[in-house]
Design a protein around this ligand. Sequence first.
Ligand code: ZN
Length: 125
Amino acid sequence: MIIISNKLFTKLLKNYTGISIFPFIILKYGKDDFSTQPYEIIVNHERIHLRQQLETLVIFFYLLYLIFYIINRIKGMRHYDAYRNIPFERESYINEKDLNYLKHRKFWNWVTFSRSQPSETKSRT
Ligand SMILES: [Zn+2]
């Protein structure tokens, strides 16, 4: 289920274009307002998160997400790198362009993305 709300992203999440809170995907803009990246890729990125949330019973997704972020900060990463190196984000960013990814993805596949790596593109949660 996709919800468009630019109000949500004005303050708290101003650097983000979408978030996923099972079973919803909340996007900053509608389909026609995405200029930098195809809408389908952003939706796919968020759908990968929904799958991760389902298989971690939702609550553990948020707990682990926070724990991975804190560990990355303790390792000395700055905010953006700490966010990009959360295994859930790494799996989503690496596979977001494969629109069939969820059809062939293995259960708990985010675990294989726990190795840290430097990052470069724009924020999405
Ligand atoms: Zn994300």
